[in-house]
Design a protein around this ligand. Structure first.
Ligand SMILES: [Zn+2]
Length: 124
């Protein structure tokens, strides 16, 4: 048993007797229509696209939850101060919300940076 590189997906694998690549499901008896270089470039492009769409989706979601949590915690702090009780837990909510805002913002920035890289590399 030795590792062979699948010519369709460039993954090093052990081919089963059927000759079907367990990683991409294509047969080793069929030749790919593209060169190894083209496949590698395509894979890099796909991976970048996946990361960009992940950050684009998650960044705003995290940012919005951060804003909601912070707003709710501040509202609760104001309410408890008005009603004369002091509950320290809501301050933790402000910190947690602020941390989420920071995280969401950095993911939005990641998406932007990756998009810039992607455009420079793949959009001519
Ligand atoms: Zn394969």
């Amino acid at each position: 048993m030795s590792l062979t590189e699948c010519s369709h997906c460039i993954t090093k694998i052990v081919f089963p007797d059927s000759g079907i690549c367990p990683a991409c499901g294509k047969s080793k008896f069929e030749l790919p229509g593209k060169s190894r270089e083209e496949i590698l470039v395509e894979q890099e492009k796909d991976e970048l696209e996946r990361h960009i769409s992940y950050y684009k989706r998650r960044g705003p979601q995290i940012l919005i939850s951060g804003i909601l949590i912070t707003t709710a915690a501040i509202a609760l702090i104001i309410l408890t101060i008005i009603s004369g009780v002091f509950i320290i837990w809501w301050y933790g909510g402000v910190l947690a919300g602020a941390a989420l805002i920071g995280k969401g913002y950095s993911q939005i920035r990641n998406a932007r940076e990756l998009q810039f890289m992607y455009d420079k590399k793949f959009r001519k």
